[in-house]
Design a protein around this ligand. Structure first.
Ligand code: GAR
Length: 209
């Protein structure tokens, strides 16, 4: 049973997709053992509570500096001892020490087709604002392993989503979630929990089914 910790910052719709998939059997051999959230007002916390998943609030704002936060965050994660860490709309950069402590055991969902619209400053609604500004006709979502870089780790899955003529950042965000993120992220967790993917020489390999 893959012990999974999910990190969230806001609405928690991706967390919801994971919890629903665990309950419906869309994800097997995995459980969500805890949620970590950096924002005490996040709706994601209500979702965790509804599913009886323990939640921990840890905000960089409550520490004297980033280094102290990084130390406390990594220590907490080590105590929780997960097999997999899922960044489901977690808008805080993962400390390097945590990446080193959990190699190829942290995954992230990003609301674009990496390497487009990613990296520093590209998060949440901003990603969709930039995609609309650029006038792309197709965007999408990516699930990838997390390394020391920003949105740079090995790619697990991607799904394209059409941009419509009258899209706003909000309507595009919603369609990317519905058509890509809420499908890809639970699938990736199920793949990892059932040993269907591994990382080799910086790339994700799938075992034949
Ligand atoms: C999602 O669109 C997720 O891909 C994005 O934040 C949103 C969180 O929504 N994450 C990033 O931009 C990370 N770089 P949610 O809280 O409803 O799951």
């Amino acid at each position: 049973m893959l012990k999974t910790v999910v990190c969230v910052s806001g609405g928690g719709s991706n967390l919801q997709a994971i919890l629903d998939a665990v309950e419906s059997g869309g994800i097997t051999n995995a459980q969500v053992s805890a949620v970590i959230c950096n924002n005490p007002g996040a709706k994601a916390l209500e979702r965790a509570a509804r599913h009886n998943v323990p939640a921990i609030v840890m905000s960089p704002k409550n520490y004297p500096d980033r280094a102290e936060f990084h130390r406390a965050f990594t220590e907490k994660m080590c105590q929780l001892d997960p097999d997999l860490i899922v960044l489901a709309g977690f808008l805080v950069k993962i400390p390097e020490e945590m990446v080193k402590r959990f190699p190829n055991r942290i995954i992230n969902v990003h609301p674009s087709l990496i390497p487009s619209f990613c990296g520093v400053g590209y998060y949440g609604l901003k990603v969709h604002e930039k995609a609309l500004e650029r006038g792309v006709r197709v965007t999408g979502a990516t699930v990838h392993f997390v390394n020391e870089g920003m949105d740079e780790g090995p790619i697990i899955a991607q799904k394209p989503v059409e941009v419509l003529e009258d899209d706003t950042p909000q309507s595009l965000q919603r369609r990317v979630m519905e058509q890509a993120e809420w499908i890809l992220l639970p699938q990736a967790i199920d793949d990892i929990a059932n040993g269907r993917i591994r990382v080799e020489e910086g790339r994700v390999r799938r075992s034949p089914v």
